[in-house]
Design a protein around this ligand. Structure first.
Ligand SMILES: [Zn+2]
Length: 356
């Protein structure tokens, strides 16, 4: 067995150590005293400067007039009801009348909540030719320059069945984002501006590539770059497939580590840490275009949606139906997101938290 300096039975080592510490302190005090006697002015200024180096930087303090978002006001049952009503709009494959109906529904719902909606319509090339896409956006103005983006895609995967409505993918996150919008509008939180982004065209038609999939997120990123808003964005939270009764959020490795830490800490505070883990690998989802443009982004996704753990056999099949969802899962994710927002709301993007 090897023994270290801190080991209690190493008496002689410990006595020697104590003696050398006392000796060093006496020597240093004597040196400083002599310097003050010989060079009084210079020593005083060096002393002041050295001391200021050791000043502890104050922690980011929440301004008193900014109420915290209370996670308890987020209601899982309401989020599930939002999901159910949204699913009743029907299938919403990008470029179809169903997708247009869904976009109008979301815009109306934001209006009812009290947030002015914008439908950002654009055209993009796909493997099936040019299609029309619509991002539905709403902004909750904060007291600071910083912006936090909350994202859910709302389109459904094509080619599954004519009536496929994607309960978990993407009904669950869309319903939860509406509930988050309602809660945040009512709470009137200070701090960063919150941009709610219901994105179209996440799903690819054949295979993800430059003209297939992630159309809405790529378009939003381009708009942010054009409007010179990228530097103001402190975080992008993508939520996707968050309603599974058996909730198992696996944060993909290609999420920004500071955001992953914040989400894990928030899950601990909410006492739901067991529902959250770090996934084994990366996932290509709407967070990727934001990361590629230098923004900090995280994908809060449960990519373990199936008849058995690890099977994921409900995903992109006719099995993705409303009966697989639960209010509790939506509530867990929603409350964790609110706690994470509380951590971030006072951060100044120009000075703090700079590294993605
Ligand atoms: Zn999907």
């Amino acid at each position: 067995m090897t023994c270290c300096v801190k080991c209690p039975n190493n008496q002689s080592g410990s006595t020697q150590l104590r003696f050398s510490i006392v000796f060093t302190m006496i020597a240093m005090t004597t040196m400083v005293f002599c310097l003050f006697v010989i060079f009084p002015k210079e020593s005083a200024s060096v002393f002041v400067r050295s001391f200021s180096l050791f000043k502890i930087r104050p922690a980011v303090k929440p301004a008193s007039n900014m109420p915290l978002l209370d996670p308890l006001v987020l209601d899982g049952k309401r989020a599930l009801e939002e999901t159910s009503k949204f699913l009743a709009v029907g299938p919403r494959c990008s470029g179809t009348d169903g997708a247009e109906r869904a976009a109008n529904y979301l815009a109306n719902r934001l209006k009812e909540i009290g947030i002015d909606p914008i439908i950002d319509e654009f055209k993009d090339i796909t493997p099936e030719g040019e299609k029309t896409f619509r991002n539905v956006m709403g902004e909750l103005q904060g007291s600071k320059e910083a912006i936090i983006i909350l994202v859910s895609h709302y389109d459904t995967k094509s080619g599954i069945s004519p009536e496929f409505a994607g309960a978990n993918d993407s009904g669950s996150s869309t319903g939860l984002l509406l509930e988050l919008a309602r809660v945040m509008k009512n709470s009137k939180p200070g701090g960063s501006t919150i941009l709610f982004a219901f994105l179209d065209g996440e799903e690819c038609i054949k295979e993800y590539g430059s003209h297939d999939g992630l159309h809405g997120s790529k378009h939003l990123v381009k708009t942010l770059v054009r409007n010179m808003r990228v530097h103001k964005i402190i975080a992008v939270f993508v939520i996707d497939m968050v309603g599974d009764k058996n909730l198992n959020i696996g944060i993909p490795r290609n999420s920004s580590p500071p955001l992953t830490s914040i989400v894990f800490n928030s899950a601990t505070e909410e006492n739901v840490r067991l529902n959250f883990s770090l996934a084994d690998g990366n996932i290509l989802d709407d967070h990727v275009p934001f990361l590629q443009a230098g923004m900090r982004a995280i994908d809060i996704i449960d990519f373990d949606y199936g008849s058995e753990p690890g099977k994921n056999d409900y995903w992109h099949t006719a099995q993705d139906t409303f009966d697989k969802l639960s209010a509790e899962s939506l509530q867990i994710v929603g409350r964790v997101v609110l706690r994470a927002l509380n951590t971030l709301r006072d951060i100044d993007p120009t000075t703090e938290f700079k590294t993605p």
